[in-house]
Write a protein that binds this ligand. Structure first.
Ligand code: DQA
Length: 247
């Protein structure tokens, strides 16, 4: 399976807070999730990386050699002046599609120029999140065709799978933490209302959504997964209740 790396540069971590006229209202997590879903559709593995730092982006480009088959890069403002990023793209010999959420050709003059454009296989600009999704399609349809797996041995492949799992675990934990904060808020609201936290009908609803939200072969496992998440949520809510009762 091929791997596409979605790379975002400076200030793209602040999507959702940046000017919606140019960047829309979604967050970076929304954007990355859309790319991950697109990856499922295209049958490719998707890894995501964001940094504010030029050196981190360059290092990521370097360490992609031999591991990544295609890159979708929004270098943010570095697009317009980073010769160092340009040189890194040139040397890694991985197809890189330059993307921008906004239409850089119809904004301030200083955004018209991209110093990375001619070392990238293509530039896609102004389609919002779709710039990334179209770039992924272009990589799959055209630019990654020649990069077959033949040069990779089992150790490489295993390493890649582990990298993918580590990245996904990171995301899962962040999402789980966000979910937990809502669970805590619900517990507090219910304590104030003096009602029971446990809601069996709600649990049933969540389990149904879990089964319907994944491919058929994962339905039962997805329910087990959600049961475990709900068990942990209940445990946390009980902790909160006990702390409040003790106070
Ligand atoms: C951007 C355009 C750049 O000019 C700007 O500095 C960004 C985002 C875009 O996605 O539209 O940070 O790359």
């Amino acid at each position: 399976m091929k791997t596409i790396l979605i790379m975002n540069g400076p200030n793209l971590s602040m999507l959702g807070k940046r000017d919606p006229k140019h960047y829309g209202s979604g967050t970076l997590a929304d954007l990355e999730n859309a790319c991950i879903n697109k990856g499922i559709e295209l049958g490719v593995k998707v890894l995501c990386f964001q940094s504010e730092s030029e050196s981190a982006l360059i290092r990521k480009l370097h360490t992609s050699m031999g591991v990544i088959d295609g890159i979708v890069l929004n270098a943010g403002a570095y697009t317009h002046y980073s010769i160092a990023i340009r040189d890194a793209i040139e040397l890694i010999k991985i197809p890189v599609v330059e993307v921008h959420l906004s239409d850089i050709h119809n904004r301030e003059d200083f955004r018209n120029r991209s110093v990375i454009e001619d070392v990238c296989v293509e530039q896609i600009s102004g389609l919002g999140v779709n710039s990334y999704l179209v770039a992924m399609e272009r990589l799959c349809d055209t630019y990654m065709k020649d990069h077959e797996e033949e040069s990779k041995d089992c150790t490489d492949l295993l390493g890649e799978e582990r990298i993918a799992i580590d990245a996904l675990d990171k995301e899962l934990l962040m999402l789980w933490q966000r979910r937990m904060k809502h669970v805590e808020r619900i517990a507090k609201i219910k304590m104030e209302m003096g009602t029971e936290t446990y809601a069996p009908s709600r649990e049933q609803e969540i389990l149904e959504k879990a089964a319907n939200g994944v491919e058929k072969q994962y339905a039962e496992l997805a329910q087990d997964f959600m049961k475990e998440i709900m068990r942990l949520s209940k445990e946390r809510q009980t902790q909160l209740r006990n702390v409040t009762n003790e106070e």
